[in-house]
Design a protein around this ligand. Structure first.
Ligand code: DGL
Length: 280
């Protein structure tokens, strides 16, 4: 069991921000990722639909074999974490609780901002999670729907990117927050732009980084961690599936993970089921 990979799921490239942290913090572990780029974005969809998609991605990875599942997507966590945790026989981790805990630790003035997709912000899941843990803080949520598209299409490198980010974040700039949760796993990819706009005094929380701290702890707790010696016997593997365009995925993922020769594979959605593409 412990030699199986950790499974990561997201609507697209965002989950790679969590994978990147896993590669850094847990180098002996294998990674099996699926990005549903064909149906991205999840943010504007009803949470029930997102829940159905998250189930399909999870079943795909479960059939390949994983020892733990990370829902590396805030919208997916809001929609499906509780259901998956209740149903699957392996540990399931979301990105919202770890990000919330980090924000509580970080804030001094007790004013926390959260940016995310429409689905995540409308669900008020960050507000509920943070206030349930500490009720003397103010949480200001803001949906930034254009950010996911900017990441998916590579527009973050365009000359208008900073202006777009500035416009979208402007309602939050007046709220005097000292901590901002990047409540969508796509956003750390544009962290530099966001930091420039909010200024150096606002501390950014990357839920993905915080999530891998939890994953590491849970692997130890369930005796599922691989050691450096295990990695010498059997090298860890990294496999990436996308429901979208394989070349575009390869370019974006190689760039973000700063790795060459990634094992990127294509899968397809047929009805309610995701299948690995058969090229034979
Ligand atoms: N990366 C995802 C999240 O953390 C979803 C982005 C989207 O598909 O809208 O919410």
């Amino acid at each position: 069991m412990k030699d199986l990979p950790i499974g990561f799921i997201d609507s697209g490239f965002g989950g790679l921000t969590v994978v990147k942290q896993s590669l850094k913090q847990l180098p002996n572990e294998s990674v099996l990722f699926i990005g549903d780029n064909a149906r991205c974005p999840y943010g504007p969809r009803p949470l029930n639909e997102v829940k159905k998609y998250i189930w399909q991605l999870s079943i795909f990875l479960r059939e390949k074999g994983i020892k733990m599942l990370v829902i590396a997507c805030n919208t997916g966590t809001a929609a499906a974490l509780e259901d998956l945790k209740r149903t699957l026989p392996i540990p399931v981790v979301g990105v919202i609780e770890p990000g919330s805990r980090a924000a509580i630790i970080q804030t001094n003035n007790k004013k926390i901002g959260v940016i995310g997709t429409i689905g995540t912000i409308q669900s008020k899941i960050y507000e509920k999670t943070i206030i349930n843990k500490k009720n003397d803080v103010v949480v200001e949520g803001l949906a930034c729907p254009s950010f996911v598209e900017m990441v998916e299409t590579g527009q973050i490198y365009s000359s208008q990117a900073k202006e777009k980010v500035s416009q979208e974040l402007s309602p939050l700039l007046k709220k005097e927050i000292d901590t901002l949760v990047l409540g969508c796993t796509h956003y750390p990819i544009m962290r530099g732009l966001i930091q420039e706009v909010v200024g150096p005094k606002v501390h950014l929380i990357d839920s993905g980084v915080e999530t891998i701290n939890d994953v590491s702890m849970l692997l130890d707790y369930f005796n599922l961690s691989r050691t450096a010696n295990d990695a010498l016997q059997q090298s860890p593997t990294q496999t990436f599936y996308t429901t979208g365009d394989i070349e575009h995925f390869d370019r974006m993922a190689s760039d973000w993970l700063a790795r060459k020769d990634l094992d990127v594979r294509k899968c397809e959605i047929k009805g309610e089921v995701i299948y690995e593409t058969d090229y034979s």
